[in-house]
Ligand binder design. Structure first.
Ligand code: FIX
Ligand code: ZN
Length: 432
């Protein structure tokens, strides 16, 4: 006899609109499909920044996730590969990962899902038909269609104020777009000061190599001027597995004395993405980064010392996930988000998400796409909905078995909170 039948059904169904146990799965699936998500971290760009945005079949195939997998299955060396044209690179990867081998990995299967969603052939010796299709698209209408297929209403960009291609577009006054939210990305300033302080100096900021003198105040001025220009929804930085806070370093000083005060002044969160081992194999370029377990006492210290700041935090190492959940229970100025990069695989997303639901309820942001190529949002959000459905349905069934049914409205509110309002409220998006 199951626990369900042991329960007095009338007590379980004692509130208006309560679902039956066997209605939960369909209600969850329908709500996941009908709720447009906000994608809180991508490397996508609004049309007015079109020059730096990636889209189309050649970009999909030469995505650094696929390059890493290509070098495992091909005798072509990275040195030879980097001498290829974009088309030659895409042709080589298509042949090796999609023709000579079945595309079963998460990243290769993703390309197949995108081709299918756009009505293109998912098999075939070459990419001719796909190239013709993408060549016939108009970027603006294509973006809207792709967002619809992905079930997202907005994306959050990654905008680098020191990027030589992107920064001039902002300085010339890039048109904003309601479906693209800017973010001020600070990796060059915080992680590569030694090679970038001169750029600030050349722009009229009194910076110095040791970040002494007026450097801190000037960086703060730089950040606030870019906040006025870009209106970011948050500032962001990726950090190595060795990151510590406080830290007696240029990064430690700029973070504590320039970035955190600027975030408070502009009223936006700081996103910390912790745990990268940069360029463990430089021959693979963007595909050459790795992961390392970080000492999350840095998170404890930064949340404690900066109660006036809000932190969006994602950690790259699987081994750091539980600690992050525990810290989120201690600090309500900490919002865990996403299953980042090497964690964005359904088996790991399931593990992390179940743990977060059990420890945090619905007070976290389950996922972001990290899309670098426009059409990737289609498969990354399809995977997320496919993974989230059974997890959420099981959660509500357990609640049912424990004596309380849920309503469709409650499921809608929870899913909206997980994939929209947690971010909107934490980043105060609608207030800006
Ligand atoms: O730092 C980041 O934002 C990372 O997401 C990227 O650098 C990384 O290369 C990536 O594409 C992960 O999915
Ligand atoms: Zn990213």
């Amino acid at each position: 006899m199951t626990s369900a039948t042991l329960l007095d059904r009338s007590t379980v169904r004692d509130h208006r609109g309560a679902l039956n146990r066997d209605e939960i799965t369909a209600a969850v699936e329908e709500t996941l499909v009908s709720t447009p998500f906000i994608d809180v971290h991508t490397h996508l760009y609004m049309p007015s920044l079109g020059a730096v945005g990636l889209w189309g079949i050649d970009e999909l195939i030469t995505y650094h996730y696929l390059e890493a997998e290509f070098f495992r299955s091909s005798s072509i060396t990275p040195e030879q590969y980097w001498r290829f044209s974009k088309t030659e690179k895409a042709d080589a990867i298509w042949r090796v990962l999609f023709v000579e081998n079945a595309p079963v990995s998460e990243a290769t299967r993703g390309v197949v899902a995108v081709l299918q969603a756009l009505g293109l052939p998912t098999t075939g010796p070459d990419l001719t038909e796909a190239r013709e299709f993408f060549a016939s698209q108009t970027l603006d209408s294509h973006i809207r269609r792709v967002f619809d297929l992905a079930g997202i209403s907005e994306v959050v960009m990654t905008n680098d104020p020191l990027d030589p291609d992107e920064a001039p577009l902002w300085e010339r006054g890039a048109d904003s777009d309601r479906q693209f939210h800017p973010v001020l990305r600070l990796d060059r300033i915080l992680n590569k000061w030694a090679t970038h302080w001169r750029l600030l100096e050349s722009q009229g900021y009194a910076a110095s190599e040791d970040a002494g003198g007026r450097s801190v105040a000037e960086v703060r001025r730089f950040l606030l001027e870019w906040c006025m220009r870009m209106r970011p929804v948050y500032m962001a930085v990726s950090l190595p597995d060795t990151f510590m806070f406080p830290e007696d370093s240029v990064r430690g000083r700029l973070l504590a004395e320039a970035v955190l005060p600027a975030c408070r002044e502009f009223g936006i969160p700081l996103s910390l993405m912790i745990g990268v081992r940069y360029q463990v194999n430089p021959a693979l370029k963007l595909a050459g980064d790795g992961v390392g377990k970080a000492d999350l006492r840095a998170v404890e210290h930064i949340c404690t010392a900066n109660a006036g700041n809000r932190f969006l935090i994602s950690v790259l190492s699987r081994e750091n996930q539980h600690e992050l959940c525990v810290y989120a229970r201690k600090f309500n100025n900490l919002m865990p988000f996403g299953c980042w990069w090497f964690l964005n695989n359904p088996s790991i997303v399931e593990e992390i998400t179940r743990e977060r639901l059990e420890m945090l309820g619905t007070t976290f942001i389950p996922q972001h796409s990290d899309a670098r190529v426009l059409e990737q949002v289609i498969y990354k959000w399809r995977n997320t909905r496919r993974t989230m459905g059974p997890i959420l349905a099981n959660m509500y069934r357990l609640l049912w078995d424990d004596g309380r049914a849920v309503t469709r409205a409650e499921i809608q509110a929870d899913i909206k909170r997980l994939f929209r309002t947690n971010f909107e409220r934490f980043a105060r998006v609608r207030e800006q």
